[in-house]
Each structure stands twice: as C-alpha cells, then as structure tokens.
Design a protein around this ligand. Structure first.
Ligand SMILES: NC(=O)c1ccc[n+]([C@@H]2O[C@H](COP(=O)([O-])OP(=O)(O)OC[C@H]3O[C@@H](n4cnc5c(N)ncnc54)[C@H](O)[C@@H]3O)[C@@H](O)[C@H]2O)c1
Length: 456
C-alpha cells in the first residue's frame, strides 16, 4: 500500500484523485486544500464542482480509500507520492504581469513539503507550469542539509472540464516526465505502475521533464489555435456568402486536419487556454524568440476580437443602441457541462453589454453562483440572475446564447417569442439552435459566421 497526497482540491485535484482511488483500492489517497469550504463540500456534498459522473466515483471511493482534509502539513510525512495541483494563475503584478505564471502557490507548497518531510518523496507536478519549473522546485526541495531526497516528476493533466471523468478513465495519453538518473527513472516507473491499473501501457508516454512541461503548454496552444483559426474565418464568412459550418465540415473531412475543435463561436474561455498561451509567450520572450511569441499571441488577440465582434454585431443589428434594452444571456459557463466560469467569454460580453447601458439577465443551468461572483462589481439594478430561462427571456429585446448547453435546444421558443419585445432577436453565439425554425417563429436570427435570417 502506498499513501498518496494531493495538494489542491480543485477541478483537477478532486476528480483526478477520485479516479486514481477508484482504480487503486489498495492505495490510500488524501486530498488536501487550504480552502475549508471546498474541503467540507468534498466531504459531505453537494460537491464543490459540477462534473458529469463525478458524484458516482466519489460515492464509491470517499471514506474507503479517498479522504479530504485541510491538514496539509500533517499528511505530508506519511505520503510516498505527493501530487501538487494548486492553481497557477497569470501573474497580475510586478515583472511579467499579465503574462508569466504566478508561481507563489506552487513555491509555498514546495516549501511546505520540504519543511514537513523526514523521508524521501516523489513530488508530482500536476498543475500546468512553465517549462523549467521542476528545476526551481528541485532547488527549493533540496535546500536542506540532510539525506532526505525529493524527486520531481512532471505529470500534466489533459482532462477537459465537462468530460473530466471520461477523460481520466480513458485518456488519449498519460504523460510522465522524469529525470535521467537512477532515482528519476525509478520515480517514473512508480507513476507508470500507478496509471497501469487502468490505462493501457501504450498510452503512457514517458519523456524528459522539460518535454513533458512544454507538451502541456503546446497542447493547449494548439487547441486554442484551432478555435481562433475557425473564428477568424467566421468573420470572413459573415462578410461574404460563405457559411462557417459548411467550411468547417469541408476542412474537417481532410483527415490531416480532423473535425474536432472547429466550431465557430464567441471564443474560448476557461482557466487554462489563455493562461497557458501567455505562459508560452513569456517563455519565448525570455529566450529572445520574439517572432514565436508574437505568433502565439495572435491566437489570444483573435479570441478577444471575436468577443468584441459579437457585441458589435448585436449593436449594429439592434439599431445602434442597446441602452435600456434587456438582453437575456443564455449560458455563462465557459462551456457546457461545467459550472466553471473562469475566463468565460460571457464575462467580457456581459461587461460590454452593460457598458452600452443594456440591462442583462443571466440564466445558466449550473453556473449561476459563479456568474454572480464573476460579475459581483456590477450594480444589481443592471443585472439579474435567473435560473428559469423562460423567466430570463420575458420582456427581453434579445437573447444572446453564450454557452452551448443542450438544454437551450429543448426550450419552447414559441412561448419565449410570445413573451419577448418585438422585433425579437436571437444572437446564437455558439451556433447550437435550430436557426430556420426560430426564423419561422418570427425571430431575427444572427448565428456566428453565417448570413442572418432576418425579418427586419
Ligand atoms: N481546470 C482544468 O480543466 C485543468 C486541466 C488541466 C490542467 N489544469 C491545471 O491544473 C492546475 C489546477 O487547476 P484547477 O482548475 O484544479 O484549479 P482550482 O483553482 O480549481 O484548484 C486549485 C486549488 O488549489 C488550492 N490551493 C492553492 N494554494 C494552496 C496551498 N498552498 N495549499 C493547498 N491548497 C492550495 C486552492 O484553494 C484550490 O482549491 C492549474 O495549474 C491548471 O492550469 C487545469
């Protein structure tokens, strides 16, 4: 039996450890966090995050071989392997502000591990970190004058929120980067053995530490680049008579390109894509690779442009004024099947609508509490949060679909249309609704990357 500690009980730490606990019943897994409220929720529910399938895994493993605690120091010594999945947001201050990763949580954790250990440990980077972080962590961990040894291994997480349990159960690959020493190789073997409980060996890839750290940043950069690429073409489609879905289909049928991640919309969000690209940009600048930095920065610029373009189109369509108009925002989570609103495009879109003096009513099946926190600075006079989409749309001048929740496809739009101001507009920022049917009902429909279906 091994004891595994995970520091950081967030969107990554919680689900990842639950799935490890499920498949490795002989190991004891402890998940620790400084956030008492979060730990309490993991212990006795409702769970602190919404993720399909997570409840069942937690029910099976909690208090069997999966435990949650706020006592981080007290659980370090007993651990053989320590995963660190604390947050690594973009730095907001000082050198590298707005670009570099803020590593303060990671460094504090490394010092905690060092100061509470008296035996050897494998320390696993689960958080997404800038390339070469393992080296810095190794320096901190080894800055003790005794024989205690810490082996730092990189094991980035590739799960996507909304499909986290499926991604953990059946990963495309598990990446493990370790040092080229006897101890480094032994640590990698230990992690491989852990994952081999349920992941086929051919999907477990081992590399050196830096390749592993860079591969995680590169994966997110490539995925985000696809979104920005199709969104750039959506602007061309709107200007011409092309249809972005038809273009995406034709592109995606080329097996060298593939069909995934080619949905045009209002842009990517979430806590990772932008942060990780900024990290890559910072890394390139650090190494004097200005052209490479500008290349990847373009992916973020296109994403910002797409959000502004969406609001700009709403403005122009609604007779160049949104002042005093009510806009029902359908969806605030950065994607469907999650309650996460971090860096959601909806934040920017809502702020821009409010700037234009519109009244905003937000509805979302899972993310309303997070939406309230994300827009807590807004005067409650100007914004309402409404669980029921029908109530949200009542009396509204327009609906803006910002998250592709399947629930929004099931609504009775005849009923919604009757309760709205006329002319009634729908701006389908995710191209998920039946646009022809909406047009037949009487809506003026504005998808992304397609010609509008308009009565006005
Ligand atoms: N969310 C994703 O989809 C995803 C996917 C892959 C990788 N990642 C990466 O994983 C890391 C964690 O992401 P997340 O979404 O789980 O973040 P999160 O904010 O949901 O969770 C991080 C947790 O760490 C805790 N924490 C911070 N400092 C701590 C400390 N010193 N001691 C104990 N706990 C501490 C916080 O309280 C928080 O609960 C990030 O580096 C992220 O880039 C995230």
């Amino acid at each position: 039996m091994k004891t595994i500690l995970c520091i950081g009980a967030g969107y990554v730490g919680g689900p990842t450890m639950a799935v490890i606990a499920k498949h490795c019943p002989e190991h004891r897994i402890v998940v620790a966090d400084v956030n008492e409220e979060r730990i309490q929720a993991w212990k006795s529910g409702p769970l602190p995050i919404y993720e399909p399938g997570l409840d069942a895994v937690i029910q099976e493993t909690r208090d069997r071989n999966l435990f949650f605690t706020t006592d981080i120091c007290g659980n370090i010594e007993a651990a053989d392997i320590i995963f660190v999945s604390v947050n690594t947001p973009t730095k907001t201050f000082g050198h590298g502000a707005g670009r570099a990763a803020d590593l303060q949580y990671w460094e504090k954790t490394a010092r905690l591990i060092r100061d509470n250990s008296s035996s050897d440990k494998i320390v696993v980077e689960k958080s997404t970190l800038p390339v070469k972080t393992a080296e810095a962590m190794h320096c901190i961990l080894e800055s003790r004058n005794d024989d205690c040894h810490f082996e730092v291994v990189s094991n980035p997480e590739f799960l996507a929120e909304g499909t986290a349990i499926h991604d953990l159960e059946e990963p495309d690959r598990v990446l493990i980067g370790g040092g080229d020493t006897e101890r480094g190789r032994a640590a990698v073997r230990e992690l491989v053995a852990l994952y081999e409980h349920w992941v086929p060996s051919e999907r477990i890839v081992t590399t050196n530490v830096w390749s592993s750290e860079l591969s995680k940043l590169a994966s997110n950069a490539f995925l985000a680049q696809r979104v920005s690429s199709i969104n750039s073409l959506s602007a061309v489609c709107e200007a011409t008579d092309a249809d972005v879905d038809e273009v995406a289909r034709a592109l995606g049928m080329d097996h060298r390109i593939g069909s995934k991640f080619l949905n045009a919309g209002i842009g990517f969000g979430g806590s990772c894509f932008k942060k990780d690209i900024l990290n890559l940009v910072y890394l390139c600048e650090y190494y004097g690779l200005q052209e490479v930095a500008r290349y990847w920065e373009g992916v973020i610029q296109m994403n910002e442009y797409q959000k502004q373009r969406f609001v700009g189109r709403m403005m122009r369509t609604m007779f160049n004024t949104l002042a005093d108009k009510t806009i029902a925002v359908f969806g605030f989570a950065f994607k469907a099947q999650t309650s996460d609103t971090r860096d959601s495009p909806a934040i920017t879109v809502c702020r821009e609508l409010l700037e234009e003096k519109a009244r905003v009513v937000v509805t979302d099946p899972q993310a309303l509490d997070n939406a309230k926190s994300a827009l807590s600075e807004v005067d409650p006079e100007n914004i309402t949060f409404e669980q029921d989409p029908y109530a949200a749309a009542e009396g509204a001048h327009a609906i803006a679909v910002l998250t592709p929740w399947p629930e929004f496809q099931e609504l009775d739009y005849e009923k919604i249309y009757r309760a709205m101001q006329k002319p009634a507009f729908i701006f389908d920022g995710r191209n998920v609704l039946d646009q022809n049917q909406l047009y037949r009902i009487g809506f003026n429909v504005y998808p992304v990357g397609k010609q509008p279906l308009s009565h006005v």
